[in-house]
Design a binder for this molecule. Sequence first.
Ligand SMILES: [Zn+2]
Length: 129
Amino acid sequence: MARTRRPLTDEEIQEFKNMLLQKKDEIWQAIRDDLKSRVSEEYYSLINDVNDEEDLAQIDLQEEVILGVLEARKKELEAIDQALWRIEHGEYGRCLECEDWICIERLKVRPWAIYCRDCKERLERLGKV
Ligand SMILES: [Zn+2]
């Protein structure tokens, strides 16, 4: 894969901003769908009619699953918000670690990336990300 490391043009930044905003929108829709399907009528009736320990265990498990899904979505949203913040502050597209430009091909796949591929791989090996 080609690696194009250079400052982004205003048009490109605008394009990434649109991608990020669209992704944010998708995540909120996914959260809505998750909640709609997981926090179902069936689940409400379970909460309202706890009969035994097995019901409680079932509720517990269900809550873990729902909160786990939300937690993952929250992380995605935070990464996007951070990228949007960096756009507004003129820092978008630079690696947080080495301060070199993140290659554009990488940003097209992960517009919320904050590390260049080399740093990301190194940090991953060190278990820091
Ligand atoms: Zn880097």
